[in-house]
Design a protein around this ligand. Structure first.
Ligand SMILES: Nc1ncnc2c1ncn2[C@@H]1O[C@H](COP(=O)(O)OP(=O)(O)OP(=O)(O)O)[C@@H](O)[C@H]1O
Ligand SMILES: [Mg+2]
Length: 275
């Protein structure tokens, strides 16, 4: 898989959006949406203007996780995102509520993704977080071939199968020359009576990050309250009382900000002044 034959199409930035960060994974069910939602809220908690695009058009879960059921309205031709916990949200689940599945093929899918990126009134954003569907399919390609990402965050669990797929996801982004900000290891361990139980193995995320020469952005443990927060529409990152999981998500947000800033410095063209 590589850039389209016949030269690359120009990638168009989204006006007013400073950083576009895609959250992907090779394997499904590793916690992309959970990470995307809590990362977005943590960035908003730190005072940033944040948008969250649920690009999983076939299995959109983000509105449920964010406790949003409102139907978005349009002003002129622009769809207005829904505000939740200080984050501007857009998802197919808001436009196609209920259990009716969507069956779309490539071109239609492409146009839906473009509309989400360009016809939603995101306004001025410091960060647009994009929750991708699992794997390396059409949505991911459409997105990365048309939109300049600041970088991708690849989520994995420490299990060998998830790590194998995480390497594929990292390779996909690198093949189309979209930078990878790093890997997040999710479900790293379970804390029980002060001890850590490594349910899916230990240190796989760190080893994979080292092997792929990308940073390890964080290790997020398995935590019942994190699962409950997602299912109840009140993500753990909204909790105000001191909580170790909230602190870890805040740290993750700070690390992602740092890596995004460093990536932008690297991408900025150097201007040489001839005399
Ligand atoms: N750190 C965690 N602790 C406890 N439960 C978690 C954690 N991360 C994710 N989960 C739970 O695991 C399940 C799958 O997570 P999630 O939906 O975020 O994965 P996903 O990678 O987005 O899945 P899909 O590939 O289907 O989009 C959810 O029930 C979620 O609440
Ligand atoms: Mg998901």
């Amino acid at each position: 898989m590589g850039p389209k034959a016949g030269g690359e199409q120009p990638k168009l930035p989204i006006p007013g959006v400073q950083n576009i960060i895609a959250v992907g994974s090779g394997k499904g069910g590793v916690g992309k949406s959970t990470i995307a939602v809590n990362l977005a809220i943590s960035l908003a908690n730190l005072g940033h203007a944040v948008g969250l695009l649920d690009a999983d058009v076939y299995g959109p879960n983000v509105p449920l996780m964010m406790g949003v059921q409102e139907t978005p309205h349009a002003i002129g031709q622009r769809i207005q995102p829904i505000n939740a916990y200080g984050v501007r949200l857009m998802s197919m689940a808001l436009l196609n509520p209920g259990d009716k599945p969507l069956v779309w093929r490539g071109p239609m899918l492409n146009s839906v993704i473009q509309q989400f990126l360009r016809n939603v009134d995101w306004g001025e954003l410091d960060y647009l977080i994009i929750d991708l569907p699992p794997g390396t399919g059409d949505v991911q390609l459409t997105l990365i071939q048309t939109t300049p990402l600041t970088g991708a965050v690849v989520v994995t669990t420490p299990s060998d199968v998830a790590l194998e797929d995480a390497r594929k996801a990292v390779n996909m982004f690198e093949q189309v020359r979209e930078p990878v900000l790093g890997i997040v290891e999710n479900m790293s361990y379970l804390e029980h009576n002060g001890e850590r139980i490594y349910v899916f193995g230990k240190g796989g995320g760190a080893r994979t990050a080292e092997f792929m020469k990308v940073p390890l952005l964080g290790e997020i443990p398995l935590d019942a309250k994190t699962r409950e927060g997602g299912d109840s529409g009140r993500p753990i990152a909204t909790v105000k009382e001191p909580n170790s999981q909230v602190t870890l998500f805040e740290q993750l947000a700070r690390t992602v900000m740092e890596k995004a800033e460093a990536m932008k410095q690297k991408q900025r063209p150097t201007i040489t002044i001839a005399d």
